[in-house]
Design a binder for this molecule. Sequence first.
Ligand SMILES: C[S@@+](CC[C@H](N)C(=O)[O-])C[C@H]1O[C@@H](n2cnc3c(N)ncnc32)[C@H](O)[C@@H]1O
Length: 443
Amino acid sequence: MTPGARVAAAIELLDAVEADLTRPVDALVAGWFRKRRYAGGGDRRAIQAILYTVLRRRAQIDWWLEAEGRPVDSRGRALVALTLGEGWGEADLDGAFDGGQYRPAPLDEGECALAASLAGKGFDDPAQPVHVRGNIPAWMEEGFRAALGDTLEPELAALMREAPVDLRINSLKTSREAVAGLLAAQGIESTPTPFSPLGLRLAGRVNLANSPIIRDGLAEPQDDSSQIAALLAGARPGEAIVDFCAGAGGKTLALAAIMENRGHIVACDTSPGRLERARPRLERAGVEIAELQVLEGGNGLWPGAEEGGYDRVLVDAPCSGTGVWRRHPEARWRINSEDLMQYMALQARILTAASRLVAPGGRLVYAVCSLLPEEGEGRVAEFLRMCPDFNAFPVCKAWETRLGSDCPAGDVFLRLRPGRDGTDGFFVAILVRDGGSSSILLA
Ligand SMILES: C[S@@+](CC[C@H](N)C(=O)[O-])C[C@H]1O[C@@H](n2cnc3c(N)ncnc32)[C@H](O)[C@@H]1O
């Protein structure tokens, strides 16, 4: 594809993303390229660079367009991304925007003036408000400030960067060293993840979907923070565990490996489609202790669920996803304050339903990939008020037991952050139910 055709493709994709922000962009992009087999790897990289720059920096790009009195549309956004992000000058722009077949129309006078005015500049400008510089919706600035305090700006900057690819090594089948060796043989560099003893972080963007490492169940893509959440649940071989909100089974896989394939895990979710996607993953990982259950009872549980029958219940609740905006930059522009309220209400309902499964003395572990306190500390405080037979168990103690080091990210609750910790944003609380034997309390 010519540079112009790549720009036209990026504009087309930007229009498609804007038309339906609820559709995950990676799926949309994959579908677009499936239908255009002529596009090669270089085309894909160039098109995605424009697309993702706009999605990550949309507030700043729109600020520049408005400052220059230009209409805010996909073509204008692509033009700003090319000039500020890729450093394109007049010659590059004229070469691409030439009106040829499959290429965008030539720049008009206003667009030429915009490009000239932006030449040599960066995305940042001191006149931009914090929410513009940090590329978050204006209504969220207060919540983020409450959560991040003095670290607000560096954390928002970190949240704009591309996330690394982390793998969780399947200890049922192999070791971290062995997988690092297999990757190296394929020319892929990796280093241990900052925290998880089973994690490898890949250098650069690598698509391992068709690699034998994934196909044979030796490893699964999973951010370091998610690996840590599963580890802090404290599951032990032989226990009865529920992975509530199991989705496609990411945490179930991690729990089964921690439990050395001994005991029992009920992986449940309201979405049968997501649970079905867990099935092949569990099979290739060699997990034999997981049972899949669709949550379809009016009480929020699966039919026949045994209340008070489980040692640990992990709730990886649906949330704003603010902690994973590095991976899904489009999600920033999708969420509104009503959505957040709905997530909070759903989290409360799910916590109440899941808590009924916890045995006396057992644990309810609540996790969200959110940076917002109202979805983390706030939800837990409300739950503890409503259910006084549960008490918070300090995450730092669980961290010490499981990871053998001091917890770098909180005492009572875990708060991982992209800027400080190099992981997705993640919140974890461990809540212990009164009664029963105290053996679980020690783990
Ligand atoms: C954050 S995702 C879970 C990701 C998964 N645990 C993993 O590690 O891959 C949240 C999940 O909650 C599920 N969910 C939504 N409403 C629910 C409800 N009322 N009860 C249980 N799960 C629900 C969604 O279908 C989604 O799969």
